[in-house]
Design a binder for this molecule. Structure first.
Ligand code: PLP
Length: 397
C-alpha cells in the first residue's frame, strides 16, 4: 500500500489466511468484516449469502463456542441441534424468554429458581405483560394445574439451588408438548457432562457458561441450544437485544470445554467424597446432594444423569443455625468465600445471607432451607484436602 505515513500505518498488509486449519481456536477480535463488493455487503446483510458483517450479529469465535456446546448437548440426538452464544447466562435466559413470550403470555416456573431469573420474570417480563406462576417444580401435578391456554413456556432447572432437587425432565417435556408450550431448562449446575436435557425431550437448554463450561472462573458467558427452528427466532432477538458473547470470552470458554468431561468427572467424584464425609460429622444436621442415597431425588438423578455423576454442589447445614453457618465459612482455610461456582477452586457461601438474603427465616423454612445452610461448590483440589478443611472448621464451631 502506497501513500503517506498515516495511511500506511492504518492500511497494513492483510494478515495471512492460512490454508491449514489452526489447532487452537483463532480469536476474531474484530467489530466488523469487510467485503469485496457492495453487492456482497448487501447480500450478507440480507441473509442471502453466508458471511460475517458485524460482531454483534455474529462472530466466528463466538459461533465456534456455541457450536461446541450444541455438539455436547445434542450428542445423543438424531435431529440437528444448534447453539447461540451470549454475553452471560442472564443474556441467554432473558433473550430466550423474551423470544418465547409476548404481552399476555404465561410462564410456569419453579419456586426454587436462580435469583436472576426470578427477578427477570417478576420485574422485566411482568412489566411487559408476561405473567409467571411459580410452583413446586418437582411436583408434576402442580405444574400441570398451573398451565393455562396462554402458557408458552414451561421452565425448569436440571438441578435447583440450594436443595439440589432434580427436575423430572421427561415429565416436564411431555407436559409442555401437551400444552403446546416450549420447555426450557437451565442446565448450568449439571453441564452436558452430567445430563443432556434434549435427550429427555426438552426443547431448549440454556447455560451460564461462566460456571462449569468455562470452568476456571475467568470468563463470563452464556449459551442456548435447541433445534435450528427454535434457535432462528432466538438469534433474531439476540441481534436486536445485543447480548452476544465477546470473542476473547468465547476463546476462554471454548478452551474450557476441551476438559469439561475430565473436570466434571473429578468435580462429581470429589463432591460425593465431601457429601458423604460431611454426613458423618456430628456437627452437621443435614447434607443435600443428589448423589447421596438419602437425597429425595437420588433415584431420579440416577435415572437421568450419567453414571456416578450427580453434579458437584453440596449444601450442608451445620448444627447451630445462622451463626454456625456464617462461622463455618469464616473458619475455612482452603475453601474460599466467593460467589459463582463450577470453577477449579472450591468455594462456599452462606445461603441465608447471600443468594437467599431477601428471605426471612420463616420464608427460608418454607423453601426447605435452614438458616444455617451453606453451599459448597466442590473444586478440583484433592478431595481429602477439601473435606479435611470442612471438618476442621466444623470441629472448631
Ligand atoms: C450463574 C447462573 C445464572 C446466571 O448466569 P450469569 O453468567 O451470571 O449471567 C443462571 N442460572 C444459574 C443456575 C446460575 O448458576
Amino acid at each position: 500500500m502506497s501513500g503517506g505515513e498515516n495511511t500506511r500505518a492504518v492500511h497494513t498488509p492483510a494478515a495471512p489466511v492460512p490454508a491449514q486449519t489452526p489447532l487452537g481456536l483463532p480469536v476474531y477480535r474484530t467489530a466488523a468484516f469487510s467485503f469485496s463488493t457492495a453487492q456482497e455487503y448487501a447480500e450478507v446483510l440480507g441473509g442471502e449469502r453466508p458471511g460475517y458483517s458485524y460482531s454483534r450479529v455474529d462472530n466466528p469465535t463466538a459461533d465456534a463456542f456455541a457450536a461446541a456446546v450444541a455438539a455436547l448437548e445434542g450428542a445423543g440426538l438424531d435431529g440437528e441441534v444448534v447453539g447461540q452464544p451470549f454475553a452471560s447466562g442472564m443474556a441467554a435466559i432473558s433473550t430466550v424468554l423474551l423470544s418465547l413470550t409476548s404481552s399476555g403470555a404465561h410462564v410456569v416456573a419453579p419456586r426454587q429458581i436462580y435469583g436472576g431469573t426470578y427477578a427477570l420474570l417478576t420485574t422485566v417480563l411482568a412489566r411487559f405483560g408476561v405473567q409467571t406462576t411459580f410452583v413446586d417444580g418437582t411436583d408434576l401435578e402442580a405444574v400441570r394445574s398451573a398451565v393455562r391456554p396462554e402458557t408458552t413456556v414451561i421452565y425448569a432447572e436440571t438441578l435447583a439451588n440450594p436443595t439440589m432437587s432434580v427436575a423430572d425432565l421427561p415429565g416436564l417435556a411431555a407436559l409442555a408438548r401437551e400444552a403446546g408450550a416450549t420447555s426450557v431448562v437451565d442446565s448450568t449446575f449439571a453441564s452436558p457432562a452430567v445430563c443432556r436435557p434434549l435427550e429427555h425431550g426438552i426443547d431448549l437448554v440454556v447455560h451460564s457458561a461462566t460456571k462449569y463450561l468455562g470452568g476456571h472462573s475467568d470468563a463470563t458467558g452464556g449459551v442456548a441450544v435447541a433445534s435450528p427452528k427454535l434457535m432462528a427466532a432466538v438469534r433474531h432477538d439476540r441481534i436486536d437485544l445485543g447480548g452476544i458473547l465477546a470473542p476473547d470470552e468465547a476463546f476462554l470458554l471454548h478452551r474450557g470445554l476441551a476438559t469439561l468431561p475430565l473436570r466434571v468427572e473429578r468435580h462429581c467424584s470429589s463432591a460425593l467424597v465431601v457429601a458423604s464425609g460431611l454426613l458423618e460429622h456430628p456437627g452437621v444436621q443435614r447434607v443435600d446432594h443428589p448423589g447421596l442415597p438419602t437425597h429425595r431425588d437420588h433415584a431420579l438423578a440416577t435415572k437421568l444423569f450419567d453414571a456416578g455423576r450427580y453434579g458437584a454442589i453440596v449444601t450442608a447445614t451445620p448444627r447451630g443455625g445462622r451463626e454456625a453457618g456464617m462461622a463455618l465459612c469464616d473458619r475455612l482455610r482452603l475453601v474460599g468465600i466467593a460467589t459463582s461456582l463450577g470453577g477449579t477452586h472450591s468455594v462456599v457461601g452462606h445461603i441465608g445471607s447471600t443468594t437467599h438474603r431477601q428471605l426471612s427465616d420463616e420464608a427460608l423454612a418454607g423453601a426447605d432451607i435452614d438458616p444455617g445452610a451453606v453451599r459448597i461448590s466442590v473444586g478440583l483440589e484433592d478431595p481429602e484436602d477439601i473435606l479435611a478443611d470442612l471438618v476442621q472448621a466444623l470441629d472448631s464451631l
